[in-house]
Design a binder for this molecule. Structure first.
Ligand code: SF4
Length: 434
């Protein structure tokens, strides 16, 4: 593994955030676990993209079998530590819980089981899982986000040598640079990556496929390729004035907060307008409000009810003072000492101007899969087309998963894709699956 990536700076802005849902104590975990009804036809399992046996692992917690609980989780989801913190459980497993008044806190129980078990592993120098001996097969994975890490970890456990090629200097993808710091911090993700790498994953950072190494070379040298490319740079509004100082792309700004050494907000930063209606817009708005920016507004072209971002996340952001401007469409940006965002009302066409110190554009990210592999089929949104049963693309021996096939879903969807692709690769090589 290229160790150059381990240098996450200590002096970074994200360390000012507190853990929104801290690790349960043993008593808290037991109390919560004992509320579970251990439903026979558990809807929480169906709602989990990785189909974790949720009542199964919760029952193990109630009997004190924490390592067994963690193994149950990891068998379905090897990124069980990070997904316990970043999954929108309100929309997934806990949202499907039959205890509708007060659903089981599945995410926090998952965090308790996985983190406690990994701490035990470290203190006792014993492994929860041991990789099978090498079988001389090799798989190349492009991009080191959660989809590739999940795929690589399952392959490594089954004796295949996975080699991940990552163009960034740091692996982890948006899991390390883009998750709101009150959910998880970059150092936590780095620890998870270290744990996965001990199964035998090699990560080569700073290597761009298509520039430093070609895919036909990879196809010749490896048994298969997995594309876990994620998404590209922040999309632009394409309006005049967008290049003005103080206009940020949302994921770029979140990355600065999370991993950029000594990045700070200007002391005179008093107002920010965030343009967009998705979860990234809500996250960066809440982060800026939590960092002390007094006026943070989300400006969206439709209404709150039509925002694609999760309602519970928006309500949380509101608690920190984030406000909403509805029905405004950005038209241009000028600068007369302060940034002025000129807009048109979607319904009336009336023009407005909003003064702000910073403007953050959170309208999605570009796709960048074109021309990487000749013959690779993409859909009308530039998303890689795969067989949903196998994750196989239109090119033989090339699999794909995560944001590059779905346009940007949850980390847990990427993890599921990676695991499913690993199973397909193992099957195609005639290997037994652990
Ligand atoms: Fe437990 Fe709720 Fe899942 Fe039923 S639906 S098994 S109560 S977590």
């Amino acid at each position: 593994m290229d160790k150059s990536f381990v240098s996450i700076p200590e002096a970074r802005l994200e360390t000012r955030f507190k853990d929104a849902k801290p690790l349960y104590s043993e008593t808290e975990a037991l109390t919560e676990a004992n509320r579970c009804l251990f439903c026979y036809d558990a809807p929480c399992i169906t709602a989990c993209p990785t189909s974790i046996d949720i009542p199964g692992f919760i029952r193990k917690i109630t009997t004190g079998n924490i390592r067994g609980a963690a193994q149950t989780i990891f068998r379905s989801n090897l990124l069980g530590v990070s997904t316990s913190r970043v999954c929108p459980v309100e929309e997934l497993c806990a949202g499907a819980c039959v205890l509708t008044e007060r659903p089981i806190n599945i995410g926090r129980l998952q965090r308790y089981a996985t983190e406690t078990a990994l701490e035990w592993e470290e203190n006792n120098n014993q492994k929860l899982f041991n990789a099978k001996p090498s079988n001389d097969h090799k798989v190349a994975l492009i991009g080191a986000g959660p989809a590739s890490l999940s795929c690589a970890a399952y392959l490594a456990l089954n004796g295949i040598q996975p080699v991940i090629f990552e163009k960034d200097t740091i692996p982890g993808g948006l899991n390390i640079t883009g998750i709101a710091p009150y959910k998880t911090q970059s150092t936590d993700i780095k620890n998870e990556i270290d744990w996965l790498c001990q199964f035998g994953i090699e990560i080569r950072t700073g290597v761009q496929v298509g520039r430093d190494i070609m895919t036909d070379q990879l196809l010749a040298d490896f048994d298969a390729i997995f594309l876990g490319l994620g998404l590209g740079k922040d999309k632009r509004l394409a309006i005049p004035g967008e290049d003005s100082e103080g206009v940020w792309g949302a994921t770029h700004l979140i990355r600065m907060i999370k991993i950029e050494k000594q990045f700070t907000l200007p002391e005179d930063l008093k107002s920010v307008i965030v343009i967009g209606g998705g979860n990234t817009a809500i996250d960066i708005a809440r982060e800026l409000a939590m960092l002390g920016v007094p006026n943070v507004d989300i400006l969206y072209r439709r209404t709150i009810l039509e925002m694609p971002g999760y309602k519970h996340e928006f309500e949380n952001a509101r608690r920190y003072g984030v406000r909403m401007i509805e029905y405004e469409i950005p038209d241009n940006i000028t600068n007369d000492g302060k940034l002025i965002l000129h807009t048109k009302h979607k319904i009336t066409g009336e023009q407005s101007r909003f003064e702000s110190d910073w403007i953050v554009v959170a309208i999605g990210q570009d796709r960048h899969v074109n021309e990487l592999i000749p013959g690779l089929k993409v859909d009308g949104k530039d998303q890689v087309v795969v067989d949903p049963g196998t994750q196989l693309t239109s090119v033989p021996n090339v699999y794909a998963g995560g944001d590059c096939i779905n346009g940007g879903k949850e980390v847990v969807n990427a993890v599921a894709d990676g695991r499913n692709a690993a199973h397909s690769i193992l099957q195609s090589l005639g290997l037994e699956i652990n």
